[in-house]
Design a protein around this ligand. Sequence first.
Ligand code: NAD
Ligand code: ZN
Length: 231
Amino acid sequence: MRIVVLTGAGISAESGLATFRGAGGLWEGHRPEDVATPEAFAADRGLVQRFYDARRAQLRTVAPNPAHHALGALEADLGDDLVLVTQNIDDLHERAGSTRVVHMHGELLRARCEACDGQPPWTDALIDEPACPICGVTALRPDVVWFGEAPYHMDRIQQELEDCDLFVAIGTSGLVYPAAGFVDWARRHGARTVELNLAPTDDEAFDESWAGPASEVVPTWVEHLRSPRAS
Ligand code: NAD
Ligand code: ZN
C-alpha cells in the first residue's frame, strides 16, 4: 500500500512552533503578507531576513514531538511505500528519523542565492548579508517559498498523489493552495483520504476524520495502521 502523508504547521505546534494563523491571525506577531511575500522582501529586506533569522534560531530551542516520531517509525516500517510531503520549513521530521521528506515550501536550514540559484545549507543569520558560499555574490535569501512563488517538487508530488492508495493530511488548514487541492487530486485517482486535525476541517473530500492534538492522534493512527487487522 502506497501512502502519501501531507503535514502542515499543526504537527509542529506542540513542539512550540506557532502555526500560520495562530492567535489573532498573526504568525509570530506579523501578518503573513508582511513577511512571506517577494513584495515584502523587496520593500523591507531587513525585516524579512530578521523574521526568518528568528525562526531559524528558534529551531535550536525545540524538539520533535510524538507525532513526528510516529511518522519516523512508520517510515522505518514501510520504507519506499511512504512519502512525507510537508509544507513545514522546520526540520522536525528529519530529526525524528524521516528521510523521505519532500519540502514543498523550502527549508529554514537552507539559503537560496539570487545570483546563482544555489541552495547551500544554512544555520546562521542572513541579516548581515553574507556572501554566497557557492558563487561569492552577496545575494542570499531564505530558501522558503513565499506567497506568489511556485512550490518545489510539484511534478513529483502530483505523481505520488496519483499513485497512492491512501492520502493522509495532518495539521493543515486546507487554505493554502496548491497543497489544499492535494486531497481532491488523490481522491480522484482512487486513494482513500484521511485527515488528522485538532478539529475536522469539514472538507468533504476526506473519507475519514480523526480529531485531536497531533501528539496524541498521530501515534494512535499509526498504531491502528500497523495493526494486522487494519484495512
Ligand atoms: P495553518 O497555520 O494554516 O493551519 C494549521 C492547522 O493545524 C489548522 O488547521 C489547525 O487546526 C491545525 N492544528 C493546530 N494545532 C494543532 C495540533 N496541536 N494538532 C493537530 N492540528 C493542529 O498551517 P498550514 O496549513 O500548514 O499552512 C501554513 C503555511 O505556513 C505553510 O505553508 C508553512 O510553510 C508555513 N508555516 C510553517 C511552519 C513550520 O515550518 N513549522 C510554521 C508556521 C507556518
Ligand atoms: Zn550564489
